[in-house]
Design a protein around this ligand. Structure first.
Ligand SMILES: [Zn+2]
Length: 391
């Protein structure tokens, strides 16, 4: 992770601070001497940066390491006792809020169910209410909160901090969520698309935390992708990269919720799985979970529906592998608990349809689901602002 630069002294110091912070996160407990070796920064520079980061409560001294012939070195880790991240996760079903420390441990959480037809004003009111509950539960003072991260579906204007439009929450449009939160709570806020927030969680905490180049696919009702290159989200010109679900894979295919036809998600998401099951069994009245349950019970029609859906799902993954040649594709979203049913079909097609050198160098694996993963993703939006190497 060498990256020390020279130039504008203030910027240089900021970047070097981030470098040290990242090394402490990655390798801690770690000594000042090891930080100097790994960063390429001089010992006095490291000492000065460490002193500042300790005083700002970003890192903490946690004891002594083993002696390399002289005095035993003081070891450093992230300080998880002071700064907090406040995550707000919005889905068509619920609003969840959580307070975490810098290790993403949940200190307090709360959530409320919503109806997809909820008005914009009601939703904003509810978000404020949930945050209020969180403060009452946790008694963490506001000054210890680094920021509020909001993870939302829809098309996001990140520069203006607002949600432009969301297919899944029809009244959630032109919502200036960042300015409303900052005015009400006096805490810096930032907004991120929910799939990109998931990617940030994986980057800083989850399965991708050892990997700085990966794509995460969120597969549920709809399919989105978060693209991480060199430890940063790839956003595209307007911040709307990763609309994988609306890439075209079939002429005259089914009508998609975006209004177009033959979109990837209309052929490969969990809704399409349900449709295929109904085509095979007109009496079927369940959802995708029921399809997987029937599969577990040995139902051949469920098996066919899953295998067919996997064929289309694999097509998109094959394209991603060829396009990006990244070492890791993570599978997230509602499919995760059932991925082991889908994976054998998908992987077989990947093996058959991907160029050897590309196939051999990529792992396709599900993320570890934890109850709080999505709201941790919202918290990771704040974490990323404080820790990412580009400032
Ligand atoms: Zn579409």
């Amino acid at each position: 992770m060498k990256g020390a630069i020279r130039g504008n002294p203030e910027l240089t110091r900021k970047i070097n601070q981030r470098l040290v912070l990242n090394l402490v996160k990655k390798y801690g407990p770690i000594s000042r001497a090891e930080l100097s070796t790994k960063s390429g920064l001089s010992a006095p520079t490291v000492s000065s940066i460490v002193e500042q980061l300790v005083s700002e409560r970003f890192i903490a001294e946690v004891g002594l390491g083993s002696s390399q012939g002289g005095r035993r070195p003081v070891l450093l880790t992230l300080d998880d006792q002071y700064h907090c991240l406040l995550g707000v996760n919005i889905t068509p079903m619920k609003v969840s809020v959580a307070l975490t420390n810098l290790n993403f441990d949940i200190l307090a959480r709360h959530e409320s169910k919503i109806d997809v037809k909820i008005s914009k004003d009601q939703l904003i009111h509810l978000i404020h209410q949930e945050i209020q509950v969180l403060f009452e539960q946790s008694s963490v003072p506001k000054k210890r909160i680094l920021g509020i991260g909001v993870s939302s579906p829809g098309q996001i204007n990140q520069a203006e901090g607002k949600v432009n439009v969301s297919h899944s929450l029809p009244n959630w449009k032109n919502a200036p969520v960042v300015s409303l939160l900052e005015e009400r709570w006096g805490i810096p806020a930032s907004l991120e698309h929910n799939v990109k927030a998931m990617a940030l969680r994986e980057l800083w905490y989850g399965a991708g935390s050892l990997e700085r180049n990966f794509i995460i696919m969120k597969i549920g009702y709809g399919i989105g992708a978060g693209i991480v290159i060199n430890g940063q989200i790839f956003r595209g010109a307007t911040g709307n990269s990763g609309e994988l679900g609306h890439t075209k894979i079939q002429e005259h295919g089914p009508v998609c919720r975006c209004g177009s036809t033959g979109c990837y998600e209309s052929l490969a998401d969990l809704h399409s799985l349900e449709t295929r099951m109904k085509d095979r069994n007109p009496d079927f009245d369940g959802n995708y979970e029921d399809v997987f349950r029937l599969y577990e019970e040995g139902d051949d029609r469920a098996k066919d529906a899953i295998a067919d859906t996997a064929t289309y799902l694999a097509r998109g993954i094959v394209n991603l592998i060829h396009l990006f040649n990244l070492p890791l594709i993570l599978i997230g979203g509602e499919i995760v608990p059932y991925w082991n049913h889908m994976a054998p079909y998908v992987l077989k097609i990947l093996d058959r349809n991907t160029l050897n050198t590309l196939r051999e160098s990529v792992k396709v694996q599900p993320i570890h689901t934890e109850e709080d993963a999505e709201v941790q993703g919202a918290a990771a939006v704040v974490f990323d602002k404080e820790f990412r190497l580009s400032v």
